[in-house]
Each structure stands twice: as structure tokens, then as C-alpha cells.
Design a binder for this molecule. Sequence first.
Ligand SMILES: [Zn+2]
Length: 178
Amino acid sequence: MNEDFLKSNAYVDVYELSRTKDTISGRVLLSDMPRLQDLILQSNKALQFTICGIVGKEGWPGATVTLSGDVPLVCNRCNQPMSFEMNREVVFRFAKSESEANQIPIEEDDDIEIVVGSTKMNLLEWLEEEALLSLPLVPMHLEQCIEPLHIRLGEDEENEKKNPFAQLKEMKNLRKAD
Ligand SMILES: [Zn+2]
């Protein structure tokens, strides 16, 4: 695959991918994933992806998918933007049908996602689904949050009356923090 971003009409035969143990890799724009758009900040960034066809232990068709990149979110604690580093790696097992998928026993110790495969699987939708599952339930800065701006300025109101330069100093400090 070339350096172009993944198109919404890119399909793969997952059974063929597994059989040939092929690899598909490339980049997908965050702005090309409509359902993800609702949960993240606007961005022109892209995620890197790699999809490798594999054959599972008992001969089942599968693939490993890696998805990585920075996703801009809003911190639920301070309401400021934050960058979430996505780094997902999943093993998929393709079932032939919904009923076959339901019959596959789920073993707790192996982390395999069972999906109904397709000879015409839409790559963008598949990766978008994975990206959605990778997002934190409650996004929050890992370390300390940035104090919300209005609180900081509000606390300085008293000082500002005594010292007209206090706020100016505060603004300078804010810029430095940027
Ligand atoms: Zn925060």
C-alpha cells in the first residue's frame, strides 16, 4: 500500500488475507472516521495501522491488527485538551457466520476477538470500530491537570486590586506554561 490515506471504499477478503498471511499497512485519517469524530477533538492527524493475516492454532482464519497514534480528547476533570496515545494490538478470529461466532467458546486467558468475517470487509469501518474500543471510558490527564483558566484568574482578583501588575505577571506565566 502506498502513502495515501485509507479510503472508505477499501475492502479485503479476510479469508484470503489469512490464507496468504499477507500484510496490509498504512495510515487512516481521524477525520475519515465519522463515529470517532463525535468523541474526539477535530484533528488532521492519522493513525498508523498494520493488519497481518494469520492462521490460528486450530486452523481458524484470523488476523492481528495494530493501531497507533495520538488522538486529541478532552480531559473529563479539567475540560482541557489532552492527547491520548493509542497503542492497540488485537488478534481477530473470523467466524463464517453469526451462529458460528456464538458457538466459539470464549477462553478467558486468550485475548481473541471473534468477528464474523467477510470476503468484502470494509477496512475503514473495521479500524474505526477498533479505534472506538481503544478510547478510554473517562479520558483524564495521566498526570496533573492544568488548572482551569477562570479559577486561576478569579483567585488573583484580590491581589490584582493591590497590584495592577499581578495579572500581567500571571498572563506571562501562563504563556510560559504553554
Ligand atoms: Zn485534565
